[in-house]
Write a protein that binds this ligand. Sequence first.
Ligand SMILES: *Cc1c(COP(=O)(O)O)cnc(C)c1O
Length: 388
Amino acid sequence: MTETAAPQPAPAGASAWLTVDAGAIADNVAELVRRAAPAQVMAVVKADAYGHGLATGARAALAGGANWLGVAQLSEALALRAAGVQAPLLTWIYPPQADLAAAVEADVDVTVGSAWNLEAVVAVARALGRPARVQAKVDTGLGRGGVLTDWPEFTVALARAVAEGAVEVTGTWSHFAWADAPTHPTVRAQEQRFVEAVAELEAAGVDPGLRHLANSAATLTNPGAHFDMVRPGLAVYGLSPVPDLGSPAHFGLREAMRVTARLTQVKRARAGQGVSYGHEYTTPRDTVLGLVPLGYSDGIPRHAGNRGPVQVGGRRLTVAGRVCMDQVMLDLGPDFDGAPGDEVVVLGRGADGEPTAQDWADAAGTINYEIVTRMSPRLPRVVVGGDR
Ligand SMILES: *Cc1c(COP(=O)(O)O)cnc(C)c1O
């Protein structure tokens, strides 16, 4: 067992809480900066910084050396500005009803990945009498956001908007479909299409600005895809985007999230006692049951009944029976000598022997991304390790 980064304070009286190690986020970003150099790093802090807290994640990433921040929703970008975060900031999701004037006035770089995106941003820039900072998004094969078949027409329209002074192009980017399988043929094909699309933009007379394509998986496994900037999200929080290729520690990263609960009940049960809804677990012998006050409404996947791992007093146990809305049960074994109030680590740092988000993902048949991003706001957040 290695040492944990910081003492783990608990909010007084809480049943369960989520600890965010800001020092781990900063160190992870510093590692990504080192791997990406000379390319810049845009730390992706969408979805409440993958459940770690939007402003906490953003500040820690900047402390670690991130050059840019990236968010999905425009509302997240505006929330960061409202929190006083001044770093360059890119957004890529907004509807036609969005307040793009607020984005331009807040110096948020707006992704233009369709004709209507560009028209809307140009209209706002004209109305404000100042250029909007935009980044062009080409769909190189993911089949999701970005300009797909209309790239030639789009480059002409973008050139016109630049010439008019309505927009400044700060970057050109795309996103992989199979970055987590670095040898998949689509990876090379998307890289080639990206290079070609950038050349087409230049041929139309537009400086593409920063070219970026790599998410966490490509940042860690595919240096050929780094271009001028990388755009990692998951790795910032110390999770592996390619668990089959390497653990967080293998990539020089450490998990920033720990979820802890306190046992609220400890009681004896006889052999043959059905446990939790549907009695999907039955005690095989006389034993001690423990109640953990965390359930699916807190973000514990219901699919992980009878499979999800926890740690009690240094011992690894598995959830007994179904996950309920607010609680899960444990079979603590006949010799358990703990008591209500004892801490249960639900997920944390693999290198310290704790159950991980990856373990929960395996138990629930999902990916580690979903485990950390679905942790409920009901869980109080405690930030540690800010001054690394
Ligand atoms: C979420 C996201 C990222 C980060 O992806 P990770 O796999 O978490 O590194 C990068 N770019 C875009 C467009 C995204 O939506």
